[in-house]
Design a binder for this molecule. Sequence first.
Ligand SMILES: Cc1cc2nc3c(=O)[nH]c(=O)nc-3n(C[C@H](O)[C@H](O)[C@H](O)COP(=O)(O)O)c2cc1C
Length: 850
Amino acid sequence: MTGEDHRHRRPDDDRPPAKGLLDDLPETGRGAGGAPRPAAARPNPFHVPQKRPAGGSRPNVIPFRGAGFDRTAAAPAAEPDPAPEPAAQPRTESAATEAAAPEAAAEPAAPEQPGAPAAAAERAGGAARRPAARESRPAAPAAPEYPPPAPAAAPVAAPASAQAAPARPAAPEYPPPAARPAAPAPADAPEAPEPAAQAPADTGDAAPAAERRTPTPTPSEDGSPVNAHAAAAQPEHPDHGPDAAAAEAAPAPEPAEPAEPAETSGRPGGGAAAAEHAYGEAERAAVYRAIRDRRDVRVGFRADPVPDDVLTRVLDAAHRAPSVGYSQPWDFIVVHDEDLRSRVHELVRVQRDEYARALPGARAQAFSGLKVEAILDTPVNVVVTVDPTRGGRHTLGRHAQPRTPGYSAALAVENLWLAARSEGLGVGWVSFFDERELARALDLPPHLEVVAYLCVGYVEDFPPEPELAMSGWARRRPLSWAVHRDHYGRRGLPGEDATSLLDETVGAITPLNQRALKEAEERQAAMTKPAGSLGVLEEVSVRLAGLAGECPPPVPEPAAVAVFAGDHGVHAQGVSGWPQEVTAQMVHNFLRGGAVVNAFAEQVGAEVTVVDVGVAADLPAVPGLLPRKIAHGTADFTQGPAMTRTQADYAVEAGIEAARDLVSAGNRCLITGDMGIGNTTPSAALIAAFTGADPAEVTGRGTGADDAMLERKIDVVRRALAANDIDTSDPVGVLAAVGGFEHAALTGFILGAAALRVPVLLDGVSAGAAAVVAAAIEPRALNACFAGHRSSEPGHAAALRHVGLRPLIDLEMRLGEGSGALLALPLLQGSVRALRDVATFGSAGVSERY
Ligand SMILES: Cc1cc2nc3c(=O)[nH]c(=O)nc-3n(C[C@H](O)[C@H](O)[C@H](O)COP(=O)(O)O)c2cc1C
């Protein structure tokens, strides 16, 4: 990182204000339907020019391809010290990743300035040697602006040496209200709220017209950060719904909308060639309109039959689809027969019930309100099949890509769908059946497969947006998430500067919404309860409102816990009493539903996803496991960096992508989980590096280390910090030096959640370490963070103190996996329900206190 680093950007920077990455998306009404912007006039709202450290450029490689990034290829050349024999440790603790420590150990003494590192290893990724910067280590982040740094009543008492403590992550745009009990003013006093012109999305104020970058604001842009939550909770389309008029009247904000393509109007681009061959304006508009307006329809069908000539036209459109080697591998079965349709309907019911049983609580409830087929409600069904053998032995193109017949048949479906839309016919695709059972019902010969079962008929209306988006089940991914330039991972729409996922994400992290914060505070004061009587939960609800940009904010459900799993080369130093293979074994356990994280997730209705970012074993492809392996474990960081710069970048990106996936899948709260035998050691190293605490203060007993092992761990952390080039002004570099893959991914996960303005509930010490790193990258990321609990691992308390987060519960847990955070989820949800549901003194006719 350099002087242009985003961490040094101040509010008066001229970077385009960016909102949450899902803001203004035309998904559920809030952001939909606006006049599209000319591509040329739209700057990339997420692009933050930033130099990468030397050696950090992205190579021409595809990430997550295992071997190329394995530590065997990336490990530093230095010969490792002979590893001490791991002490035989009685396995009285569960195979977890956090540690117990005596309570006294949780209160560190004044941070001691550790000595400068000895021969710092050159980063294996080729990064330039950095100056020995241990002195600069403590000069780290700055505190989150809300809530104010924990007062004395917080579970974690402020260290006596608070003055000497390293600076906390900064970015306080939310000044503590004057009415609150005066908290001691921290050294890093909150900044004033950002001027409206800087961040209109967060103030509700309109940007001066001269500053607007596009002339035509979207009707739905009302000046508040329209976020994924709000969008999901607001099914009305702005063109149709009750908010349309209000939205139109609202002041126009800075159009920092995510990338959308240009409207089809005016002359085609491309000069003379296009002018010669392009359709006329109206025809092009019709093509794009059919694409945009095509909808999967499941409700509101009319009984009118589909005339034969219309159905034939639509089938002819399907039959004109492109196909591999012109093999035309499809067939169409037109189904009118009532009995047959009833049998198919029954097949769907069985699958639907099975699917519903497998869903976590909050999802199951949402699913119960969804219709997934219209088999009996439509006058005709069309089955599209594929013959993967059609075209003979030498079908052109299929020899190298055996799946291309299926792709071809899917294109036939799309042609049918678009043609049907232009005819005013609704189409609903059903895939809830066992394919072979359906094939039997249709008398398909065994070499044919069912590609699509389509319910077709005239409809009362077409939904303005995908029904799954309107119901909040899932959200639309912006186009910019899907477009890469030259190599996977270089983001940017055509004509825009390519940027990295990390830069794009950090650029989208913006302050809390002042208007929503104020509204929530006023509502808390007006609720039928004594002021302040909900304690910390009041602050929680207010911050959730600021994050969501509305009051009350959406209840943070459904929630998903992502358990990032990785192994650690430092395990060879004898820092855990558990063998390394337990990481992979526990991953299997998570996937089978047999771990504590599963039990607690079930209890609170959350979904469990396991992300393999670096397990030292090959894991099978099973549902629930995201294969994002960067290497089979990190290198031993007592001998040099744990990972290359590129590996660290990829791990951070894996975390951001996981956050994006879970949020676009409809989750409104993300929960951190981790699994990695030995990972309390890199946690301690990261926390020591960023807080400046002595390793002895922040290193704990992990999964049950005895005194000798604890001493060894402390020594290992010390040696790691000495053996590596630690420069906290380059947080990803520190991750690469002494972190783990799961820490890097968790850092990305936190940043990704913050960019999407979705709360992220932090679990134990690994998440605490990641929060410290995330705050060093972008302090505002802490606005989205809620500390689920306080682990008994001493480094966790230090990390939370450093970032100014107050744990919601303290049950002396030290399991990891996401367990503590899951237990805290109902607290987050309860705080919002109270804000939303409790009557005010005025509305309930209850007298207020004298
Ligand atoms: C391969 C495929 C299978 C689908 N299966 C179902 C299904 O079983 N039930 C259902 O309600 N929708 C199904 N859909 C429809 C999608 O839910 C729908 O396309 C998506 O939500 C986007 O909405 P839109 O098509 O209106 O843009 C399927 C779509 C595809 C492409």
